[in-house]
Design a protein around this ligand. Structure first.
Ligand code: JBQ
Length: 245
């Protein structure tokens, strides 16, 4: 997968060199290009924003630097014929594991990170007419710009690309995959720490009992913390058992 990112803070994306993502880059599984939007602003101060037309508070990102930066990516030598441009935005569709899975199947993603009060609307119109464009939000809280949202999305997407995560089983076991339940609690050695024992069933060697206990824990955790995730057919299951004990 090829990923291009346009931002006025390219330094944010240094984190993509770390850990699993850095290794995936080294191994050529993902190719990342980070572009400083200011390189496409040619006045003395490399201006990327201006006052809102019609008045109001804050600043709006000017269309010309965005046009030059995105044209450069879409028209680069060997460019993908069908890229998907993502603008992180609080007005976008909410990013989910399902969306991560869909995006992991793309050949070329372009992330346009806005700051200030937003990007001139004509940029969305222009690129919406030339490519697939998606506005995506990572949640209902206020961020200063799209950079952190982009990093979160890239992490979620990249780990689904075959070969990026060493053990494919750990992909399936994570929360929200497979059955939509939260993960069960995990433990390691020592068997007792500060007077706190590991649940004895995990030391029993009884794999069926361990699997049953973990499933109950997943259901109970989901019921307690994220009840809206609990599938209809599981309502009542684990609580019924424990209530009877
Ligand atoms: C969103 F994607 C963005 C971009 C800028 C601000 C944002 N605020 C909240 N959630 O994901 C977002």
């Amino acid at each position: 997968m090829r990923i291009d990112i346009v931002s006025i803070f390219p330094g944010y994306f240094d984190v993509l060199e770390l850990s699993l993502l850095g290794k995936a880059k080294q191994r050529g599984l993902i190719e990342v290009g980070v572009h400083d939007l200011r390189d496409a602003a040619h006045d003395r101060h490399r201006t990327v924003d201006d006052t809102p037309t019609g008045g109001g508070a804050g600043m709006v990102m000017k269309p010309e630097p965005w046009g030059e930066a995105l044209d450069g990516i879409l028209e680069a030598e060997g460019a993908d014929p069908d890229p998907l441009i993502i603008f992180p935005s609080p007005a976008g569709e909410v990013f989910t594991q399902r969306m991560a899975r869909e995006l992991a199947g793309e050949r070329h993603l372009v992330f346009g990170c806005g700051r200030y009060e937003g990007i001139d609307q004509r940029v969305f119109e222009e690129y919406g007419s030339r490519a697939r464009v998606k506005l995506v939000s990572i949640g209902d809280y206020v961020l200063n710009g799209g950079e952190v949202a982009t990093i979160a999305m890239i992490e979620a997407i990249a780990r689904l690309i075959p070969g990026v995560v060493g053990n494919p089983e750990s992909l399936v076991e994570e929360s929200h995959e497979e059955d939509g339940l939260l993960e069960y609690p995990s433990y390691t050695k020592p068997a007792e720490w500060r007077g706190r024992a590991v649940p004895p069933v995990l030391l029993s060697g009884n794999h069926a009992a361990i699997a049953e206990w973990r499933r109950e824990q997943s259901i109970e955790r989901t019921r307690a913390g994220r009840p809206e995730l609990l599938p209809r057919e599981l309502r009542g299951e684990a609580r019924g058992r424990h209530a009877a004990e």
